[in-house]
Design a protein around this ligand. Structure first.
Ligand code: NAI
Length: 342
């Protein structure tokens, strides 16, 4: 059986990390039927649309996407493709596991933290306007429906995966109505999960608490903007943006992508670390039921980091993106030859 997956390589380092990831995925022996599409500025030049209709139809058909990063212009230009895809397919849960890999220099070993970010509203609704020259207004939308939905997602995941604790992160001392509503929804949902300890922390304090002692947290649930910022902060615990995967999950579709952006400073130079997209693809494999293949890649990836001869430059290695992918594939082949040593 072959899995139909919509592939969006993206731009900047996107095509390089996507190529590396696809090669590794195919080396597992799992069969994929990729439907590949360009989105963003390049797609606009070619087709006159930032997200071609065919790409949207493909996701509707396959229900699964693997996506590289896409550049979003700052302070003007077109709206974020990422936000548009998340809203269009109601990918309401952004799931970001933060875990160390061997041999990555970090101040915090053995981090195991899960961030659940609401993905469809808050200040990312894109509702901004200039009231009068010199005064702009951005609307932060928080709804009972989306807040309850994300809280349920977090608690259900915790129950299924034996996680012990969830903190809702907020700023309800200042945004009493919007964040107040978010908290009320989390409290109501928490009552249905008495085995999971529920706590609430204010977002600025959370940043300090995380840096002081990330081990005090287990799972964090929060609205969109706080989730965006806090997940970059937490990426630093495990070596940086090159390491953190994410899944955008809805009831009907799922899109898997790295947390990092298109890194224009290193694009096209075979320098990018594909680990974050590769780890995102492991979430995709599990979503597709291909658990053995996910384990096969994870073991090989850990070996490449443990041997640390084929690491990319962002963590002090000398290998390029493609050599790194070769090394992971080689470890997978070695494990097949000598399963007893895997
Ligand atoms: P960025 O994540 O692209 O880069 C930040 C720094 O991390 C840069 O120094 C970059 O070289 C480095 N870096 C990132 N990924 C790396 C990797 N895989 N290997 C090695 N080094 C890596 O963040 P930035 O510069 O804020 O954003 C650039 C563009 O990406 C913007 O247009 C932004 O909107 C977009 N973006 C797209 C995302 C997506 O498509 N999901 C997510 C975040 C940003």
């Amino acid at each position: 059986m072959s899995h139909k997956v919509t592939l969006i390589p993206g731009d900047g380092i996107g095509p390089e990390v996507t190529r590396a990831t696809v090669r590794i995925l195919e080396a597992t022996g799992v069969k994929f039927d990729w439907e590949s599409f360009q989105v963003g500025a390049e797609a606009f030049e070619k087709y006159g649309e930032y997200i071609p209709k065919e790409a949207l139809e493909s996701i509707e058909r396959t229900h699964v996407g693997l996506k590289g990063p896409v550049t979003t212009p700052i302070g003007g230009g077109f709206s974020s493709i990422n936000v548009a895809l998340r809203q269009k397919f109601e990918l309401y849960a952004n799931f970001r596991p933060i875990r160390n890999l061997p041999h990555i220099p970090t101040r915090y070993p053995d981090v195991d933290l899960i961030i659940v970010r609401e993905n469809t509203e808050s200040l990312y609704s894109g509702l901004e306007h200039e009231v009068v020259p010199g005064v702009v207004e951005s609307l932060k939308i928080i709804t009972e429906k989306a807040s309850t939905r994300i809280a349920k997602f977090a608690f259900e995941y915790a129950r299924k995966n034996q996680r012990k604790k969830i903190h809702a992160i907020h700023k309800a001392n200042i945004m009493k109505l919007s964040d107040g509503l978010f908290l009320r929804c989390c409290r109501t949902v928490a009552k249905g999960f008495p085995e999971i300890t529920y706590g609430e922390h204010i977002v600025d304090n959370t940043c300090m608490q995380l840096v002081m002692n990330p081990y005090q947290y287990d799972m964090l649930v929060m609205e969109n903007l706080y989730g965006d910022i806090i997940s970059d902060l937490c990426a630093a615990f495990v070596g940086g943006l090159g390491f953190v995967p994410s899944a955008n999950l809805g009831d009907h579709c799922a899109i898997f992508e790295a947390v990092h952006g298109s890194a224009p400073d290193i694009a096209g130079k075979n320098l990018a670390n594909p680990t974050a997209l590769l780890r995102s693809s492991l979430l995709m494999l599990r979503h597709l039921g291909e658990v053995d293949a996910a384990t096969q890649i994870r073991n090989a990836l850990e070996k490449v980091y443990r041997h640390h001869e084929k690491l990319t430059r962002d963590i002090g290695g000398k290998a390029g993106t493609s050599e790194f992918a070769d090394a992971v594939i080689e470890e997978m082949e070695n494990a097949k030859v000598a399963p007893g040593q895997a």
